[in-house]
Ligand binder design. Structure first.
Ligand code: ADP
Length: 728
């Protein structure tokens, strides 16, 4: 087998030689020089060797040291690596931009082309070719692949990147991978003896926990042997020969399975300044700070500003651009300023723009959410402005669901952010909070698994055949209440069987859709012939994947005609049907969609992404046999014929997926949720804003100064009873 491996490698090298005639080769050579300067470069041989001997490599390296781009390439040329390499990322943006960069460095096209060695697969965007050797994907997508192929037979190696972010998905993934590398998982048989290597990469040096986690997995092997295959754990008298042999074999090789490696990044001194008084408005403080830097700091270098979310980024961009003409006059002698936003929902081309060096006599200001903290390295930065805040997902027990909240970051995040200023030369970091605020920050962020709704995670475990989810090995164990709450929610959605808690057929279908269990349940309800509204429901669900399809209109730029045009899209039933009307109108516009969007105060960019998601969801529903090709063929001629009863059915389906997201008015005119009795108001962005209705169904909660329900429609209370009376 190793001969075969060597042959494979030399074949690969040959192809690479042929590629030197390729137009991409010159660029590849130029990039090679850059790569050779990265701190991780001298470790290439050590990294390859570590995995020759061990199953698991835990690699800690500072952000920018070259982990994400180089390690996959080191592995790709290792003799043992005959299959594919999966590299997981917590965020889509990082998966896509890394794939693009690595393809560029390897001198091959990206994605589906037969020459391509690098591809990516993120939710709603699959760009993987047959000959890809390295595949970047989000953690969620690898979990999806594991449902189809629990042993990951297509891969020789999985690189789990950015583990320090501790998303729920990464914790789950580590649990499954531990079973595969240690052999404690039954699925491992399907690998037919081919080992799976796992590289776990983190930007923080705190790797003890990971080492213990995998170590404990290996320790279980000699004690339990491969019992997972044989049902009940055998007692010593019934142990059969093969079983004993197997466990001995594993136990001898169980020593020295894990190797660890630390790569230091280059780090120049960073001078840090604090505010003397806390500020209430970090956007305002950031605005002042940016211009202060630009006016007062003689040294060149770009400015990276850490903010909370897309809305704050866009507002601040506007504010800076409005101020530029006043500050940078021709005779001020100051360089130009160019503002670049960076957030997860930004289209790829614009994300790539941050990597380009600033034009001469120009300073870049990058306004970022925390994706720039470790996921993406922006070259040229010498100044960091840190708001000290981030948007995090948090489960609200009272409300019974996750919502995004603006929270203080942890000390280790603050240090990461500060470090972004000192990658290329000495830099400065301006913290928009006081020194004592900093001292009071939590040491590390709380792992998502302790903060969030666990329904998706539990459904994934169930779909992967884990019956006892309470005892599944996880890096951090969630509370019992949180697990029970998730199980209950899943039962309510008919995804688990009430008699034994096993996954139901419906649950299995939902687990394979790239959606939350609630949205998955909505889709399944809509596919039921009695409801018959799958296509419109897909259109609405696609809209929920973007922040907002409607542009914000400020009073000063009142454009009566456009407002009227947009109003014509509004539906009295609420936001769900309004979104549907907008999507259908946009989709049926065949000549100039951009102009249509402008005319209706709709975001063309958001709509493009909605259309993309819609296409993918349709394809996925077709795969899941929820939708037939003829349904799709009819769909195109079937516009603007949403009857009253279809409209009701659509809302009933959403009610089926979100039975707890209902609120009723109380005498003072405000709404209270039916579960938990929490006060909510209809969000000003809703077409039902200010209306008093029998009951409302909402898609999510947002917090500003009060609790708002967003994505709101009017529903009837008797629908709820109707839904529960109907069979699943
Ligand atoms: P790490 O994973 O250790 O944070 P990376 O491998 O992501 O490091 O990045 C190494 C270097 O490659 C960085 O200095 C960055 O400037 C460069 N780089 C990464 N991605 C891109 C990209 N999409 N375009 C241009 N340069 C990139």
């Amino acid at each position: 087998q190793s001969e075969k491996a060597q042959e494979n490698q030399s074949q690969r090298e040959n192809t690479r030689d042929n590629r030197t005639h390729n137009p991409l080769a010159a660029r590849q050579n130029k990039l090679l020089q850059v790569r050779q300067q990265l701190p991780i470069w001298p470790e290439a041989t050590n990294i390859r060797n570590a995995l020759l001997e061990n199953h698991v490599l835990i690699l800690a390296g500072e952000t920018g040291s070259g982990k994400s781009t180089q390690v996959p390439q080191f592995l790709e040329t290792s003799v043992w690596c005959t299959g594919r390499i999966a590299v997981t990322q917590p965020r889509r943006v990082a998966a896509v931009s890394l794939a693009r960069r690595v393809a560029d460095e390897m001198g091959t096209p990206l994605g589906k082309s037969p020459q391509s060695l690098v591809g990516y697969n993120v939710r709603f965007d699959d760009n993987v070719g047959k000959n890809n050797r390295i595949k970047f994907l989000t953690e969620g997508m690898l979990l999806q692949e594991m449902l189809r192929d629990p042993a990951l037979t297509e891969y020789s190696c999985v690189v789990v990147d950015e583990v320090h972010e501790r998303s729920v998905n990464v914790d789950l993934l580590l649990g499954f991978l531990r079973g595969l590398v240690t052999g404690t998982s039954e699925a491992v048989k399907k690998r037919k003896g081919k080992p799976l290597k796992v590289v776990v990469m983190s930007a923080t040096a705190d790797t003890e926990k990971l080492k213990d986690f995998f170590g404990e997995g290996f320790e279980q092997v000699p004690a339990k042997g491969s019992i997972t295959t044989f049902g009940d754990e055998p007692t010593s008298s019934t142990k059969d020969e093969t079983l004993v042999d197997k466990s001995q074999e594993l136990s001898t090789s169980a020593s020295g399975k894990i190797s660890t490696c630390f790569v230091e990044g280059r780090m120049y001194p960073v001078q840090t300044e604090y505010l003397s008084e806390p500020t209430r408005d970090f956007s305002e403080a950031a605005l002042l700070q940016i211009f202060q830097i630009h006016r007062k700091e003689p040294m060149p270098g770009d400015i990276l500003v850490f903010l909370t979310g897309q809305d704050v980024v866009t507002d601040l961009q506007q504010a800076i651009e409005d101020m530029i003409p006043n500050v940078i006059t021709r005779d001020s002698g100051l360089p130009k300023l160019v503002v670049l936003p960076l957030f997860a929902a930004l289209p790829q081309a614009q994300q790539q723009a941050i990597f380009a060096p600033a034009p001469p006599n120009t300073r870049k200001v990058i306004l970022a959410t925390n994706i720039a903290e470790t996921s993406i390295t922006v070259p040229g930065v010498r100044f960091v402005v840190d708001s000290g805040k981030a948007k995090v997902k948090q489960f609200r027990v009272g409300l019974g669901l996750d919502s995004l909240l603006v929270k203080d970051i942890s000390k280790s995040s603050a240090i990461q952010r500060q470090g972004r200023a000192g990658r290329e030369a000495a830099g400065k970091c301006f913290r928009l909070y006081t020194k004592s605020n900093f001292e009071a920050l939590e040491k590390d962020a709380i792992p998502e698994i302790l903060r969030c709704d666990l329904s998706s995670a539990v459904l994934t475990m169930k779909a992967r055949g884990i019956q006892d989810v309470m005892n599944f090995p996880l890096l951090t164990r969630p509370t019992r209440e949180a697990m029970e709450r998730a199980l209950l929610h899943l039962l309510q959605l008919d995804t688990l069987k009430p008699e034994d808690g096993d996954i139901s057929d419906l649950g299995r279908k939902i687990a394979r859709l790239p959606l939350t269990p609630a949205l998955g349940r909505t889709i399944i309800a809509a596919a039921n012939p009695e409801m018959g509204c799958l296509l419109p429901v897909i259109d609405i669900v696609a809209c929920f994947s973007v922040e907002n399809i409607f542009l914000e209109v400020k009073d000063q730029d009142a454009n009566d005609e456009a407002r009227e045009a947009r109003k014509a899209l509004f539906r009295r039933q609420g936001d769900h049907l309004t979104l549907l009307t907008a999507v259908q109108a946009y989709a049926s516009e065949r000549t100039d969609r951009k102009a249509w969007a402008q005319k209706h105060l709709v975001s063309h960019r958001a709509m493009q992404s909605v259309m993309d998601v819609r296409k993918q969801l349709r394809a996925q529903c077709q795969q899941a046999k929820l939708l037939s090709p003829s349904d799709l063929a009819n769909a195109e001629d079937d516009l603007d014929t949403i009857s009253e009863s279809t409209a009701d059915n659509i809302l009933k389906c959403f009610l089926r997926g979100f039975p707890s997201n209902v609120a009723r008015p109380i005498p003072d005119g405000s709404y209270r949720t039916i579960e938990g009795h929490v006060a909510v108001a209809i969000h000003p962005s809703s077409v039902l804003y200010g209306r008093k209705l029998e009951a409302i169904l909402y898609n999510e909660f947002v917090y500003t100064n009060r609790t708002y329900a967003r994505g709101v429609s009017a529903v009837q209370m008797n629908w709820l009873e109707e839904i529960y009376a109907a069979p699943a």
